[in-house]
Design a protein around this ligand. Structure first.
Ligand code: GLV
Ligand code: MN
Ligand code: MN
Length: 436
């Protein structure tokens, strides 16, 4: 691996370490939407972007945005997210943003000469949905598909609406988030794989074929709070027992349908009143449901929610569920995918692996909204992610930089005039696959 690429990768690692210090919880990375720590992360990335000569701003939803702003007729968008889950790893999201920053720095000289497109970069504000249980906030706004009702109706654990959180984070006068579509070549996101496939195949990089659809459901079991010492077992309506039995059963249900790629997770649970000597009267929680095919997910959702009714009835409880958000499964753009595969090979890397993504990504929200989108995955140690042990090696980051260099240079070369012929800027629309 050429030493310049390794040097660039090392600088990205150092920057990842600095971003990891931007957190709400000292000692572990937790960076939710609208937090002081997300603002701190923006300040760091903003300084690196500005030093690379890009114009930067925060948009009206709170994404960090940047552009080479040369007035080119075409634009290519790169990026990923800067928010995190609770007790996160340091690569999930920031790796893609910092690779984009590095590309802007590295190609700075050519970007300011006859480079045929402007480079835009997005550091998305809320891909994980940690605070509002609502994913892809920043990318949906950038794609122009965020329903304003969501701003009024979505609340965090303290009852603050999303709209109020946005106002507190970026104020009222930030420029609109929606990205004009004219001249947009597409969106490319580099991301840690978050799974074990590339490691098993011995490949540092993979090109994503499609991204699983997902549903996020809020649910509650309502029973009856009662004295833990005096209420006979047969006379209880224990909302936690109902939730626990249902959670175990939906887990088994998804395991039986593993061949269809179905995964189901209850990731949050709250018990009320939450005292050791009181029978739980109410439990609330979340369900995250994903599958590569929308039909699989829809059918599973119906069956799993019906099971909730059964377990509620068994315990003398009631069950309520509300689908808070659904994102369809998407296929990545065929034109961009092909270019990424060619770029991986041109960088001299072993077999270019194509693989689907079970994790959600901002690219899924943009693709669902019709923006040609593609992703390059970087090998992940042990498949571990959403965990502090998440890790990509500097060699693999350098491989991603090499492939992205090739990708950008090939895209630029295609646009240059040949033998005095008029400049032809590639129209990826002609090569685009379906995004559904
Ligand atoms: C995001 O990382 C998700 O897949 O939930
Ligand atoms: Mn994540
Ligand atoms: Mn991510």
């Amino acid at each position: 691996m050429p030493s310049l690429l390794l040097e660039r990768a090392r600088r990205i690692r150092e920057r990842l370490d600095r971003l990891a210090l931007c957190t709400e919880e000292p000692g572990r990375i937790t960076r939710p939407y609208g937090s002081r720590s997300l603002g701190d992360a923006y300040a760091l990335v903003n300084a690196w972007l500005a030093a690379a000569g890009l114009r930067t701003w925060a948009d009206a939803i709170g994404n960090l945005r940047a552009s080479t702003a040369r007035g080119r007729p075409r634009r290519l968008l790169l990026g990923s997210h800067l928010d995190s889950v609770r007790d996160a790893g340091r690569f999930d999201g920031p790796l893609g943003v910092l690779i984009a920053v590095d590309l802007a720095e590295h190609h700075r000289a050519s970007l300011s000469s006859p480079w045929p497109f402007d480079l835009e970069i997005a550091g998305f504000c809320d891909e994980e949905g940690l605070r509002f249980h609502s994913t892809y906030l920043g990318s949906r706004a950038l794609a122009g598909v965020l329903d304003p009702v969501v701003l009024a109706e979505t609340r965090d654990a303290d009852g603050i609406t999303l709209g109020e959180a946005v106002r507190r984070f970026v104020g009222d006068s930030a420029p609109p988030a929606a990205l004009p579509r004219d001249g947009l070549l597409g969106y490319v996101e580099v991301h840690i794989e978050q799974g074990p496939v590339l490691e098993a195949r011995g490949a540092p990089l993979g090109v994503v074929s499609g991204i699983a659809g997902q549903a996020r459901v809020a649910w509650e079991f309502i029973g009856r709070a009662a004295h833990a010492g005096t209420t006979p077992m047969a006379l209880r309506a224990d909302a936690l027992v109902a939730a626990a039995r249902w959670t175990a059963e939906l887990h088994d249900f998804a395991r039986h349908r593993a061949a269809e790629g179905l995964v189901a997770t209850v990731g949050r649970l709250e018990v009320t009143p939450g005292a050791s000597n009181v029978v739980p009267g109410r439990t609330t929680g979340t369900l995250d449901l994903r599958a590569p095919l929308d039909r699989t997910r829809h059918e599973a959702a119906m069956e799993i929610l019906a099971l909730g009714e059964v377990h509620a009835a068994n315990q003398g409880c009631e069950f309520f569920a509300r689908v808070e958000q659904e994102t369809p499964a998407v296929r990545c753009d065929l034109g961009l995918r092909g270019r990424l595969l060619t770029a991986v090979r041109a960088a001299g890397l072993p077999t270019a692996v194509e693989l689907p993504s079970g994790a959600g990504h901002d690219a899924a929200a943009l693709a669902a909204a019709g923006i040609p989108s593609a992703m390059l995955f970087v090998r992940c140690r042990g498949g571990v992610s959403h965990h502090p042990d998440e890790y990509c090696s500097e060699e693999d980051i350098a491989a991603a930089l090499a492939a992205m260099d090739e990708f950008l240079l090939a895209l630029a070369a295609e646009s240059r005039p040949k033998n005095g012929a008029a400049s032809k800027i590639p129209d990826l629309a002609g090569l685009r696959g379906t995004n559904s």
